[in-house]
Design a binder for this molecule. Structure first.
Ligand SMILES: NC(=O)c1ccc[n+]([C@@H]2O[C@H](COP(=O)([O-])OP(=O)(O)OC[C@H]3O[C@@H](n4cnc5c(N)ncnc54)[C@H](OP(=O)(O)O)[C@@H]3O)[C@@H](O)[C@H]2O)c1
Length: 260
């Protein structure tokens, strides 16, 4: 039995669908799922790991989420007989960003077989940027990125969860090519019918505006760290994770849901 955490989320619900298609026994868990799992309530942890051999492990996007919770949960899971874990991490772990790097460390030290998926920015993050006509972010004059389709992440996850030969591997996942923000937003504009343009906003203005909107300092600082990484070109690098796992190139950039 495979336990899918974050089962109602963007990757989790596709992983659930992919496993169902293959007829693999699974338990879909999250706070709102019938198999209730809440990272903040350890009383919900025991029942979801019963009879489970492999876990698709999704953690909240919140940068203040503690990796100690991952360590405690995996200790309980291991004691219950779980043998393997597939972590949805992020490219940021590769450049040492603490929120994701610490979650990876907890998985590496859990004493189980592990595989780590490190996707870059999701293509679907761009789906709603058209609403305001502008995307104002401090990314520099000509930022590039190679976003990955959530459908590719989910397909890769299903292959790793059900296949052999992935133990001890870290797979960085990117889209097929790096596109500039104007190129990306031209595609978003065409697909959504709403024109949106990139504006390189000064960091101070972005910070002022974001703080005024009530975003926490921790979330803001994590975004700023990511912006710095985009400016350095970390998210423009191409990675062969999809090719290695699925034996085909990653999907082209689109924000159409039907691509999943
Ligand atoms: N967006 C990106 O570009 C990007 C890039 C790389 C990595 N990531 C990482 O991807 C992960 C998110 O994956 P996703 O996009 O598939 O999910 P998602 O769409 O963000 O949904 C989050 C999932 O986790 C569940 N959840 C949220 N808080 C929870 C809690 N406290 N306890 C238990 N379950 C909880 C939610 O369901 P309920 O509300 O029902 O609990 C939902 O199923 C994050 O770790 C994020 O950092 C994102």
């Amino acid at each position: 039995m495979i336990l899918v955490l974050g089962a109602t989320g963007r990757t989790g619900r596709r992983v659930v669908a992919g496993l169902r298609d293959r007829g693999v026994p699974l338990r879909a868990a999250s706070r709102s799922s019938s198999a209730r799992f809440d990272w903040d309530d350890a009383r919900t942890w025991g029942s979801v790991v019963v009879d489970v051999s492999v876990i698709y492990l999704v953690t909240p996007e919140d940068p203040t989420f503690s990796a100690e919770q991952v360590a405690s949960f995996l200790a309980l899971a291991r004691a219950a007989g779980v043998r393997r874990v597939v972590l949805l991490s992020g490219l940021s772990a590769g450049y040492g960003s603490a929120p994701m790097a610490s979650r990876e460390t907890a998985v590496l030290e859990a004493g189980m077989e592990w595989t780590i998926l490190r996707p870059g920015a999701f293509q679907q993050n761009f789906a709603t940027v058209g609403n305001k006509g502008e995307l104002r972010v401090p990314l520099g004059p000509e930022p590039y990125t190679a976003p990955i389709a959530v459908a590719d992440i989910a397909e890769a996850a299903v292959a790793v969860l059900t296949g052999e030969g992935h133990a001890g591997r870290i797979y960085p996942l990117a889209g097929p090519r790096a596109l500039s923000y104007p190129e990306l937003l031209a595609i978003v504009s065409r697909e959504t019918g709403r024109t949106v343009v990139y504006v390189d906003e000064p960091v101070e203005r972005w910070t002022e505006r974001t703080r005024a909107a009530g975003v926490s300092e921790a979330a803001m600082n994590w975004s700023l760290e990511t912006f710095e990484a985009i400016r350095r070109g970390e998210y423009a690098r191409l990675h062969d994770g999809v090719q290695r796992i699925l034996g085909r190139p990653p999907r082209e950039f689109t924000v159409r849901e039907t691509s999943a």
